[in-house]
Design a binder for this molecule. Structure first.
Ligand code: XMP
Length: 222
């Protein structure tokens, strides 16, 4: 299935130093060819492993062109971005340093709540160019808070990369410089994305079945 392409972003002004956005494929149709063993977990597949690989290669090319040869720091948000960043950095030439920051939002499993830092950076980012990597841009609260923190730590330039973007869910005015795919308001799991810490290991991204959420809610009541 050929993905739809979002309308191209307006041309940057002469004074803009933001990277030129590349077209973002919109994934709004589900494939029902679900790997066996996962049919009770997901109702359809949003992105296959092959689709993810191809898109990550495109993102890496664009990031590498923008960052160039001055050493930069990739800051990946734990835990959701782990599979994505592992594949992304292997497509980058660098020179780069890979570091991790832990942020958790305590909500009910599908809704984000209050943000708490669970792990600090190991590396000093003051005066450095930084690329923040996250799995998904949803309300925008997480990315906006992490960018604020990196800037307050003195990062010279902060750019952001997310694998998925759900623009319809935005609460905070926050975009990303590099976006893998846009998706509708679906709760997705796999390729690092979890529901109650489960399903991160799936090699594809799929839409979580509502029955799974209902069963977890029943468990919580017991
Ligand atoms: P915000 O709302 O702060 O959300 O932009 C970012 C974090 O929320 C989680 N999130 C999801 N996790 N499937 C998931 O497994 C989803 O569809 C989803 N939407 C948001 C995720 O941890 C992300 O970093």
């Amino acid at each position: 299935m050929k993905p739809k392409i979002a309308a191209p972003a307006p041309a940057p002004t002469r004074r803009s130093r933001r990277p030129v956005p590349i077209d973002v494929p919109v994934l709004d149709r589900l494939s029902l060819r679900i790997p066996s063993g996962q049919k009770t977990i997901v109702s359809g597949v949003v992105a296959t492993p092959a689709r993810l690989r191809r898109r990550i290669r495109e993102l890496a090319r664009s990031i590498q062109d923008d960052f160039g040869n001055r050493e930069w720091v990739v800051v990946a948000l734990l835990n959701g971005s782990v599979l994505f960043v592992a594949d992304l950095v292997r497509e980058l030439h660098g020179p780069l340093i890979l570091d991790f920051i832990g942020v958790s939002s305590y909500g009910d499993g599908t809704e984000s709540g209050k943000l708490v830092y669970t792990k600090d950076l190991k590396f000093e980012v003051a005066g450095r160019d930084v690329l923040v990597v996250d799995d998904i841009l949803d309300t925008g609260r997480t990315l906006s808070e992490v960018i604020r923190r990196l800037k307050s730590l003195g990062a010279r330039r902060v750019r952001s990369c997310v694998l998925l973007d759900k623009p319809s869910r935005r609460v905070v005015k926050q975009g990303a410089d590099y976006i893998g795919f846009q998706i509708p308001d679906w709760f997705v799991v796999g390729y690092g994305l979890d529901y109650a810490e489960r399903y991160r290991h799936l090699p594809f991204i799929g839409v979580l079945r509502p029955e799974v959420i209902a069963a977890a809610a029943r468990e919580r009541v017991r």
